[in-house]
Write a protein of this length. Structure first.
Length: 387
C-alpha cells in the first residue's frame, strides 16, 4: 500500500475490511490473534494492536492480500453466517464442481443473498442419496459468484450420464462455481435434524433442496467440531495429500499471521485415533504373481477416520479387480478410539511386530498374513495399549 496522502480513517477502514473478509468480524480477528481489548472497544483498540503485532498498518495489509472469496473461517463466523444448507443425491465435488439450480430466479437469489466464498453444507437426500448418507450431513463446498452452465464445471463423463438419466437430465443446469470442498468423515456423520434443528424441517426440505437456506450462527459453527477431509474440486488444483482433521484446525488461521489460503496439504491433527487393518480384496495370487497360500494382503495403520483413509487409498488405485476394505478397526469392534496418537502408535507397533515375527512383510505397513495371525496381532495390540 502506498504511503502517500490518504483519507482520514483509512487505517480503521483497512483493518475493518480485512477483519470481515479474512476472519469474519473484529471479534473473531481478536480471538485468532489472542488479543485482549482491555477496557476499550474492539473498534477503538484494533489499529493499535495491529501495529503492535505487525509493525504497521501497511504490513498488516500486505500480509492479508485481497481475497477473491471470503475465507472459510470468516464465512462461518460472519453475522449472519455466509453458510447455507442444501441436499444432494450424493457428494462428488471431484466431478461436480458446482452448486446447481433449476431456474434462474433461484440462482439469482442465492447470488444476491451471499458473498463470494459462501460455504454450502450438503446433506444426503433422504430417498435419492446412497443409503448410508441419507439424511446425513456429508460435506460442504465453498462457492464463488462465477456462473455458467453446469457442463462447464462438470466432468464430461458425469455430464453425459446425467443427461442420459431421465430423472436428472433437466435439473441443476444453472451452476455457481465451487472452488474448495470438504467431506465429513463417515464416523462423524450427523443427521440433518441434529446438525440444523433450527433451519431444517420436513416441511422445508423441498425448498432447501431447490434453493438452499442460510444456517444460523450456532448451526454454522458446528462445522468446526466435525472431522473433515479436504477433497478435490473439478476444474481446480487437485488435493493429493489431505487427511482427516478437525474442522476447527483446518479452517482456522495461523496466529498471529495472515490466513492460510492453501489448506491443500496438511498432516492429521493430534487427538483420538483408531487402529485399523485393511484387507486388499481380489485374487491375491494374481496380485503377488505367486501362490498366496490362502493368506491375506493386509495394511496396518491408525487414523482419525479409517473409512476415509481406506477411501483415499482406493482413490489412488486404477479401476480394476482390487480394492481395500476395512477389515477391523476400533469402530468395527465397538471400541473407543485411542485417546492420543502416542497410544495408537504403541498399538500399531505391537501389531507390526507380531506380524513381522510370524508372517511375511510386504514392505512398510503391508503384510501377507493368515487370518488367525492377523486376529492374534489385533488382540495383542488392543490388550497392550489403553484406550
Amino acid at each position: 500500500m502506498s504511503s502517500g496522502k490518504r483519507e482520514p480513517g483509512w487505517d480503521k477502514q483497512a483493518v475493518n475490511g480485512i477483519a470481515k473478509r479474512h476472519y469474519g468480524s473484529l471479534e473473531a480477528m481478536f480471538d485468532a490473534h489472542g488479543w485482549d481489548k482491555g477496557d476499550k472497544t474492539v473498534g477503538q483498540i484494533a489499529p493499535t494492536l495491529v501495529v503492535s503485532t505487525y509493525g504497521s498498518i501497511e504490513k498488516f495489509v500486505s500480509e492479508h492480500p485481497p481475497l477473491q472469496v471470503m475465507s472459510p473461517r470468516a464465512a462461518i463466523l460472519s453475522s449472519p453466517p455466509n453458510v447455507w444448507l442444501t441436499s444432494f443425491y450424493g457428494f462428488k465435488p471431484e466431478t461436480w464442481g458446482f452448486l446447481g439450480f433449476s431456474n434462474d430466479g433461484q440462482r439469482k437469489r442465492f447470488i444476491r443473498e451471499t458473498e463470494p466464498g459462501a460455504l454450502v453444507v450438503i446433506y444426503g437426500h433422504k430417498s435419492k442419496a446412497p443409503e448410508a448418507q441419507r439424511g446425513k450431513v456429508i460435506g460442504f463446498q465453498q462457492v464463488t459468484h462465477s456462473v455458467n452452465q453446469a457442463k462447464a464445471y462438470m466432468d464430461p463423463l458425469e455430464w453425459h450420464q446425467k443427461e442420459a438419466d431421465a430423472d436428472r437430465a433437466d435439473k441443476w443446469n444453472l451452476a455457481v462455481k465451487a472452488v474448495r470442498a470438504w467431506r465429513i468423515a463417515p464416523e462423524d456423520y450427523l443427521s440433518i435434524e441434529e446438525f440444523a434443528p433450527e433451519t431444517y424441517s420436513t416441511g422445508r426440505a423441498q425448498f432447501i433442496g431447490s434453493q438452499g437456506m442460510r444456517l444460523t450462527s450456532t448451526e454454522a459453527k458446528r462445522l468446526l467440531d466435525l472431522t473433515v477431509i479436504e477433497t478435490s474440486v473439478f476444474g481446480e488444483i487437485p488435493v493429493e495429500a489431505a487427511v482427516a482433521v478437525a474442522g476447527r484446525d483446518l479452517l482456522s488461521p495461523s496466529k498471529p499471521g495472515p490466513v492460510s489460503q492453501s489448506g491443500y496439504f496438511c498432516k492429521e491433527a493430534e487427538g483420538p485415533k483408531s487402529l485399523y487393518v485393511l484387507r486388499l480384496s481380489g485374487d491375491e495370487n494374481a496380485y503377488l504373481g505367486r501362490d498366496a497360500e490362502g493368506k491375506w494382503i493386509v495394511k496396518v495403520g491408525f487414523s482419525k477416520s479409517p473409512l476415509s483413509r481406506c477411501a483415499s487409498l482406493n482413490a489412488a488405485l486404477p479401476a480394476g479387480a482390487f480394492e481395500w476394505e476395512v477389515l477391523t478397526s476400533n469402530e468395527t469392534e465397538n471400541l473407543d478410539q485411542f485417546a492420543s496418537s502416542r497410544l495408537a502408535v504403541r498399538a500399531e507397533t505391537a501389531m507390526k511386530d507380531h506380524l513381522h515375527q510370524n508372517e511375511q512383510s510386504l514392505g512398510g505397513e503391508f503384510f501377507l498374513a493368515d487370518e488367525r495371525v492377523v486376529r492374534d496381532a489385533w488382540n495383542l495390540a488392543i490388550g497392550g495399549a489403553s484406550t
